[in-house]
Ligand binder design. Structure first.
Ligand code: HEM
Length: 404
């Protein structure tokens, strides 16, 4: 049975119950078929050591998706978007955009964002009714990243409303299966998002801000040292979209997953009393319920993984969620342990594409959790929270809770 679960595993045809609990399947894969071949020839890796080795080996594993995404998207706005953003490019195209983003997401820049973040989280908590039922996602978790990322690109408050829906529609197109409706929604979202950003960019060109803290000003005006050229219009638009998307859903899910896990594991919640161990609890949520469960690369040449030869040009799926439960790396991995040490999880990937926003995501997670527990130490999740039913972006659509 265990071996069957592994050999029959297909990301495009997931077993019943996978969205609720993918971990038994990941365990079966790690134990019996760690270099698993899908029917389409692509390969799924589930062991920590294999996933990490691929992340580190930029020479043999490419992030460029121009070939892989063509059959899926064709000549569409989604194709243009996903093949232009830095995460799906190799050096040297990747290097330059990353340098620009990292400057605006440096520890110093993030420290400067902290006061506004604290005050926003406190405002949200004040607005929550002390009695009755609320949705932890809509009323709390999702409201935090949208504000932070909106501030990062200085999107005016009254123009932020459509950002989350655009972002969800574009990221949904990265799921292993894509129906015609989701594809149409994703394409429309890219077109509308680009049109909106063009107006925002035009305003920023006319009135630039401090390039140290304003990402958009940096992206517009920075010129390449070698060529003296700024980013092309397409590079500018699609990397802004990527940044807005990358920071939304993943961080919403981090906060939502933290509140649900701490409801299910009351003994662990007790360890956080008095505001202790919040940073380590956030790391454990990132490991235990990684909000981004899958990464992707393509082999540039023939490689050997675990004694299995894999041809050049093979798509590789990196099982982040599976690697983060590997007993070869984590003691008692199915246990949620807010004091886990060491905890070298792969929730943010590794190597040259390692999440550029990880310190911001960590800060958001820590502030949200600390303030929430301080204000509502006795919150309870009601019933079974509704999953978003995505294989890549793991989180909840709705979490009903009582706060009193
Ligand atoms: C819990 C929250 C988050 C998780 C789990 C997460 C996860 C990841 C992962 C796994 C990657 C690596 C992709 C790869 O190598 O193929 C990545 C890349 C990236 N993330 Fe995040 N992310 C989070 C939040 C954020 C935030 C808040 C931002 C920005 C404000 C951000 C911006 C980026 C960027 C720009 C990249 C691309 C880096 C590159 O290609 O060099 N992320 N993220």
């Amino acid at each position: 049975m265990h071996a069957d679960t592994a050999t029959s595993f297909e990301l495009v045809d997931l077993p019943g119950g996978f969205y609720d609990d993918p971990y038994p399947t990941y365990r079966a894969l790690r134990e019996t078929d760690p270099v698993h071949r899908f029917a389409d020839g692509s390969v799924f890796l589930s062991r920590y050591a294999d996933v990490l080795a691929v992340y580190k080996d930029v020479r043999r594993f490419s992030s460029d998706k121009t070939r892989e995404f063509w059959p899926k998207f064709g000549d569409t706005p989604l194709y243009q978007h996903h093949t232009t953003s830095l995460v799906f490019n190799d050096p040297p195209r990747h290097t330059r955009v990353r340098r620009l983003l990292l400057g605006a997401l440096s520890p110093k820049a993030i420290e400067m964002m902290q006061p506004a973040l604290l005050s926003w989280v406190d405002t949200l908590l004040e607005r929550l009714p002390g009695q009755g039922e609320i949705d932890l996602i809509e009323h709390f978790a999702a409201a935090i990243p949208i504000e932070v990322i909106g501030n990062l690109l200085a999107v005016p408050e009254d123009e932020r409303a459509p950002l989350r829906q655009w972002s969800l529609a574009i990221l949904s197109a990265l799921e292993p299966t894509l129906d015609a409706k989701s594809q149409a929604l994703g394409n429309a979202a890219v077109v509308e998002f680009c049109a909106y950003l063009q107006t925002l960019i035009a305003r920023r060109r006319a009135h630039p801000r401090d390039a140290k803290s304003d990402v958009l000003t940096r992206l517009i005006f920075d010129v390449d040292e070698a060529t003296g050229e700024p980013l092309s219009e397409a590079e500018l638009l699609h990397n802004c979209i990527f940044l807005l998307n990358a920071g939304h859903e993943t961080t919403t899910n981090l906060i939502g997953n933290a509140l649900v896990a701490l409801d299910a594991w009351q003994d662990q919640r007790e360890k956080l009393e008095g505001g202790q161990h919040i940073a380590s609890a956030i790391e454990e949520v990132l490991r235990f319920e990684s909000s981004n469960q899958l990464g992707n690369r393509m082999t540039r040449e023939e490689v050997d993984i675990g004694g299995i030869a894999i041809a050049a040009g093979t798509p590789i799926h990196l099982g982040i969620g599976a690697a983060n439960r590997d007993p070869a790396q984590f003691a008692d991995p199915e246990r949620f342990d807010v004091l886990r040490e060491p905890n070298r999880h792969l929730a943010f990937g590794s190597g040259i594409h390692q999440c550029a926003g990880m310190n911001l995501a960590r800060l958001e997670g820590r502030v949200a959790l600390e303030r929430f527990l301080q204000r509502f130490p006795n919150y309870r999740v009601l019933g079974t929270p509704a999953r978003n039913r995505r294989a890549r972006f793991r989180g909840f659509a709705h979490v009903a809770a009582r706060l009193d």
